[in-house]
Design a protein around this ligand. Structure first.
Ligand code: FES
Length: 561
């Protein structure tokens, strides 16, 4: 019950915010009519108020305002880690703190003065005031507009159709307030001319402020009290919040067990990703914990009930990934009680990667090298959100990585959208050649599965090219500090890379050197041998060019004991 209410809060806040944004948009559109003169502005106002002050709608704005303020305050009070906030959340938050001060005098003059003193808040009356009042009003609208549109953008960001409306929406977000400002300036100039006529001035005053209330003094008085009250509330809430958090952190720690890795204790409000990083537990997090990349996925082994409910962003991402109910995004998961978890993507150690632990200082070895590259991915990623690109690439790397590893390969590195893998770091060359070809075939099948899964995310199916060669290379740990890892260098590596490049010109999926084929158990009957020039080599290289790796006919290898 409590969890479902927790999940409801952001929704309620969002919908209240959207209702307010709609109100502000129509308010600004009302101002736009000022371009056509004061009369047009007033007519638009009657239409605008006819809607918003209709008895059935009248309470929507105050109610939305109340809900939005209370729930935003609640969010503010429950933020336990300010570092988790993105810059636009900081901006939104700062704007929201300014808003009560900016809107209170406007609300007083329009709503309260109307109710208390029978004031009619026409534009003629409002614009009779100093230009500074109009500027204050405008500043208020800009702050509210900016705050609302930041919220709108983060709400729409994940919608599949967002890209289609992004440009027109951006244009509207800039053009509407600009036109509204022009409308107010034009109308203000007209009022300045009209007020030279005492009869016009008297009739406006009589109509708009029949009781001749000194609204400037009344609103200043209200603002002084409101300002002091608001400051006291902020100080009280801020101080209370700091105290409560301090006490909770001191007296209440939550235990998180990383199965087979470590057990740590964390203060309440800490996400599982933060728990990992704070305790030195390797944990992938490509998007920096913003719930967009899914690389921080974690398996919940025990204690699912002690976790916050997945929010909309997390649900969407996990669904897209096809994750089971025991999988969560660590960056979005905040435990309130003990739990046992296992990160799914972390910085693997050498043993997990299938790399032999003996080769570290360098060894000359005959191995098989595979390069694989996505075709046209740069074009494919054009116009995509960065996180979508990362998401698709990670899906591709994960699928291919699993296939390579399950066929005895060692994932050397990911280079852009390319993969370099080594086979035969241990075992015979025959076994390595067989494994590399089996991996290429499995990768081709896996690509079909991936394309099926990503059909809504990519405009055309992913394609790839694979080059495989074998030869003597130097294998060893290369690099510096954390960037040091087991890799291979040598002519054979360069040739394998050239073979992968050759798949583009030969328009095939797989190019394999004759040397690999000779050491494999492959049925070569239907394959045609050809030669290609290799940059840096005087002799051409004999290769087999295979249109689809799926067509390979692999014969099970007979192992000699
Ligand atoms: S770190 Fe990207 S989704 Fe969690």
């Amino acid at each position: 019950m409590a969890r479902s209410f927790q999940a409801l809060i952001p929704r309620l806040r969002l919908h209240a915010g959207l209702a307010l944004l709609l109100y502000v948009t129509t308010h600004l559109l009302n101002h736009v009519w000022g371009i056509f003169g004061l009369e047009a502005l007033e007519s638009a106002r009657r239409f605008f108020l006819g809607f918003w002050r209709h008895p059935a709608i009248f309470w929507v704005v105050p109610a939305s305002l109340l809900v939005h303020i209370v729930l935003s305050g609640y969010k503010l009070l429950t933020i336990t880690n300010w570092r988790r906030l993105h810059w636009n959340e900081w901006l939104q938050l700062s704007l929201s703190l300014m808003m009560p001060l900016l809107i209170s005098s406007h609300v007083y003059v329009t709503r309260f003065a109307t109710l208390l003193y029978g004031v009619r808040d026409t534009y003629s009356y409002v614009l009779l005031g100093q230009m500074t009042i109009a500027i204050d009003l405008y500043l208020m609208l800009v702050v509210v507009w900016l705050h609302g549109n930041l919220g709108l953008m983060s709400y729409l960001w994940h919608k599949p159709w967002f890209r289609r409306i992004k440009q027109p929406l951006l244009i509207a977000q800039i053009v509407i307030p600009l036109l509204a400002m022009v409308g107010i300036i034009v109308a203000h100039r007209e009022v300045n001319q009209l007020k030279q006529d005492p009869a016009w001035l008297a009739s406006v005053m009589q109509f708009t402020n029949p009781n001749n209330v000194d609204l400037v003094a009344a609103s200043s008085n209200f603002m002084a009290r409101f300002g002091a009250g608001y400051a006291a509330i902020l100080l009280g809430l801020g101080g209370g919040r700091a105290l409560v958090l301090r006490l909770r952190r001191k007296h209440y720690l939550i235990t998180v067990e990383y199965k087979g890795i470590a057990t740590v204790t964390i203060p309440p409000g800490t996400s599982l990703l933060e728990a990992s990083l704070a305790n030195g537990i390797p944990h992938a997090h490509s998007c920096g914990g913003r719930g967009r990349c899914s690389t921080c996925r974690i398996e919940i082994i025990e204690g699912a009930k002690a976790l916050n409910s997945p929010n909309e962003t997390e649900q969407r991402l996990l669904k897209r990934f096809g994750a089971g109910s025991d999988i969560r995004l660590a960056c979005q998961t905040i435990p309130t009680g003990a739990c046992v978890v296992r990160p799914l993507l972390h910085h693997h150690d050498r043993a997990q990667l299938g790399a032999p632990t003996m080769i570290s200082h360098g060894a000359d070895k005959q191995i098989v090298i595979m390069f694989a590259d996505l075709r046209g991915f740069t074009t494919l990623s054009e116009g995509k959100l960065p996180y979508d690109t990362v998401f698709i690439l990670n899906q591709y790397f994960q699928s291919m990585g699993q296939v390579i590893e399950s066929n005895g390969g060692y994932l050397d590195k990911f280079i852009g959208d390319g993969i370099m893998a080594l086979f035969g770091l241990e075992g015979t060359l025959e076994q390595a050649c067989h494994n590399a070809l089996a991996a290429a075939q499995a990768m081709a099948h896996q690509l079909d599965v991936l394309n099926q899964r990503l059909q809504d995310d990519v405009s055309e199916p992913l394609r790839m090219g694979i080059g495989i060669h074998c030869g003597h290379v130097i294998v060893g740990d290369l690099g510096y500090k954390r960037a040091k890892h087991l890799t291979a260098i040598g002519d054979a590596v360069n040739i394998a890379a050239r073979l992968e490049e050759a798949t583009k010109t030969l328009q095939t999926q797989l190019v394999v050197s004759r040397a690999v084929m000779q050491h494999s158990s492959l049925d070569l009957h239907d394959l045609r041998l050809s030669e290609i020039p290799i940059r840096g080599r005087s002799q051409p290289l004999e290769i087999y060019s295979i249109e689809s790796a799926k067509s390979l006919v692999l014969v099970p290898l007979t192992l000699n004991s």
